[in-house]
Design a protein around this ligand. Structure first.
Ligand SMILES: Nc1nc2c(ncn2[C@@H]2O[C@H](COP(=O)(O)OP(=O)(O)OP(=O)(O)O)[C@@H](O)[C@H]2O)c(=O)[nH]1
Ligand SMILES: [Mg+2]
Length: 221
């Protein structure tokens, strides 16, 4: 019982910080995306292939969340995109406080979009608001088509889902029928993009959706 109350308090405290952060993003006309997936589904690879296209039109900053190492931030920095690494030192998700500190390292006045790559985990990141305009869940076909049914919270709260590693579909037992049936039951409004980050097949539909999100955000030069 005490544990449940503590968890509620933690989430309430997080929401207060997220609320302030949201105002800050709004004042600066910055849109925010929170990328969530299990480890290795392809969050950083999707960013590596999306950022060169996005930065032709928008000023983008990235916040990288990892338990340890700055490997993902190093991969993003190679694209000459401003990036801040958060090392959670064991925590299984980012919280609004961590993001608030990371945002201090970014010049929001010059940015149109901030993409946050959350710590690889399908469970905890689903419940911590990071002042994002949208959560985007990434699932790779290698993980199995039962994941939406087993981890429904993130599939309920996300606005879009990237089904990644479609190039491996033929080598997996992933059932598109089961996946779509479960999504229709859990969150019929969820936008689904079938993508192979490596071959860039289908990437344009996800980028189009992202651009749609940016429409009322404008762009800074
Ligand atoms: N075949 C194939 N491999 C992919 C694809 N996308 C990513 N990968 C591979 O999957 C592995 C994990 O990709 P990452 O982008 O590092 O995954 P991540 O979700 O950022 O991982 P964490 O940050 O550790 O949670 C890498 O070896 C990628 O090359 C894809 O579309 N097809
Ligand atoms: Mg990564």
């Amino acid at each position: 019982m005490t544990q449940v109350k503590l968890q509620t308090n933690i989430l309430q405290a997080n929401d207060v910080i997220a609320g302030k952060l949201k105002e800050k993003f709004k004042e600066n006309n910055v849109k925010v995306i929170n990328l969530i997936s299990s480890p290795g589904a392809g969050k950083t690879t999707i960013l590596e292939h999306s950022l060169p296209k996005l930065t032709r039109k928008y000023n983008v900053g990235v916040i990288e969340g990892d338990v340890l190492t700055s490997r993902d931030a190093d991969r993003i920095a190679r694209l000459n995109v401003p990036v801040v690494q958060i090392e959670t030192k064991g925590a299984c998700h980012l919280d609004a406080n961590m993001v608030q500190k990371a945002v201090e390292e970014l010049d929001l006045k010059k940015l149109d979009l901030v993409i946050i790559e959350n710590v690889g985990n399908l469970v905890c990141p689903a419940t911590f608001e990071l002042a994002e305009d949208a959560k985007v869940v990434i699932l790779s076909v290698a993980e199995g088509s039962d994941k939406p049914a087993k981890y429904p919270t993130i599939f309920t709260r996300a606005k879009a889902c990237i089904l990644n590693k479609m190039d491996l579909l033929a080598y997996s037992n992933f059932s598109l029928d089961e996946f779509y049936e479960d999504i229709m039951r859990i969150n019929p409004k969820l936008k689904i993009f079938k993508v192979s980050a490596i071959t860039e097949n289908g990437l344009e539909y996800w980028l189009e959706w992202l651009e749609g999100m940016m429409v009322d955000g404008g762009q800074k030069n």
